[in-house]
Ligand binder design. Structure first.
Ligand SMILES: [Mn+2]
Length: 359
């Protein structure tokens, strides 16, 4: 069977007695992929899917909490969008004991998890383009379009395409939806900040608000989403304004270490703004304090040396620590009591790194 046929087989096997849930990723693409799925199934069968949810911290493989939730809610069919659950086949097997799975995803494929119980559609199964350029929302739009007319949902796919930076691949499609770029940008911001607000499930609020919106402009009218954005942005700006005073500048200002303890989840936004707009040719390390642990983010836009190697070396000899990532961006954590040792090793590593001698 072709991937499209496998998708069709799963969807056409849905019956009113099914107890279906949707699990989506924690960004604009994940939310709109989930909404296109929910609305398409409503169109096809007049079935309203009651449960939609996401995992903590944007985790893209199945967590124990998800398996417990599926069990306790007696879900027998779970549709998962924009998540790389194939990166942990063991947890998929556990989930298969409770529900038939449908995965629609465009993260790089790692394991073939197709089975009698699981139908997995990855971007590379459908189109010969880089999988990062085929967002899950557009995959869902294309797949369900083969079963019924969902052209009234194309604006949702446009939001997902925008959120995953795939505009160049789908410029004609975006043109057809005719949503002005500033509106797509503002919606993307609202979804991002709704995921950053502490102690509220802002992303589920965003899902529900977009669900009842008739047009993209309706989303911008949401006072709840606007207030999430204002709250997080106020704190983000506070850290941006204070960085010259509070950050530590080492090794002739080539290494910037910024220790923060924000209320909201703004670390990734903060470090991206600092490294892209303010210091593209410097190494930036943000240390976020928690009760017993310090989370680390490192960036360097000019890729002069590897943030991944740097963190791994700076963690040497520190127990219960971890680091991983790529050349321009890496992250990790250390136990709180090893902060000074980490900073010392980090500064020393950057001082000794030969590729920086010329700076
Ligand atoms: Mn995506």
């Amino acid at each position: 069977m072709t991937p499209k046929d496998r998708f069709k087989t799963y969807i056409t096997s849905i019956v009113p007695e099914d107890n279906i849930a949707i699990l989506h990723h924690t960004d604009a693409d994940g939310i709109t992929a989930g909404l296109i799925t929910k609305k398409s199934i409503k169109k096809l069968y007049s079935i309203t899917i009651p449960l939609h949810f996401h995992q903590k911290d944007g985790k893209v493989t199945i967590t124990k909490e998800t398996i417990d939730l599926i069990k306790s809610n007696n879900i027998n069919k779970l549709i998962i969008v924009d998540m790389a659950i194939d990166h942990d086949p063991e947890s998929v097997k556990q989930l298969e004991q409770h529900a038939k799975l449908l995965l629609i995803d465009h993260h790089k494929a790692s394991n073939n998890i197709n089975s009698k119980i699981t139908t997995a559609i990855k971007a590379e199964d459908l189109k010969d383009i880089p999988s990062s350029k085929y967002p899950a929302s557009k995959m869902c739009y294309d797949l369900f379009s083969d079963l019924t007319d969902i052209s009234d949902l194309s604006w949702l796919a446009a939001i997902g395409i925008w959120g995953d930076y795939a505009q160049s691949q789908w410029s004609d499609f975006l043109k057809k939806t005719a949503i002005p770029k500033p509106i797509l940008e503002q919606i993307d911001e609202l979804i991002f900040y709704s995921g950053s607000i502490k102690e509220k499930d802002g992303l589920t609020d965003a899902f529900n608000i977009i669900d009842i919106a008739k047009t993209p402009k309706d989303i911008l009218k949401s006072t709840r989403l606007q207030s999430y954005k204002n709250t997080v942005k106020t704190e983000l700006n506070k850290y941006l304004d204070a960085h010259k005073k509070d950050a530590q500048f080492h090794n002739n200002n080539t290494l910037i270490i910024y220790e923060i303890s924000p209320i909201h989840r703004l670390k990734s936004r903060l470090i991206n703004i600092l490294s892209q707009k303010h210091y593209p040719d410097k190494t930036i390390v943000i240390l976020e304090q928690h009760n017993n642990r310090i989370d680390i983010s490192a960036r360097r836009q000019d890729s002069k040396f590897s943030m991944n190697d740097m963190l791994k070396s700076a963690l040497e000899g520190i127990p219960n620590s971890q680091a991983g990532g790529h050349i321009p961006a890496a992250g990790g954590y250390i136990p709180k009591e090893h902060l000074e040792q980490f900073k010392k090793q980090l500064i020393a590593y950057c001082k000794e790194n030969p590729s920086l001698a010329a700076i």
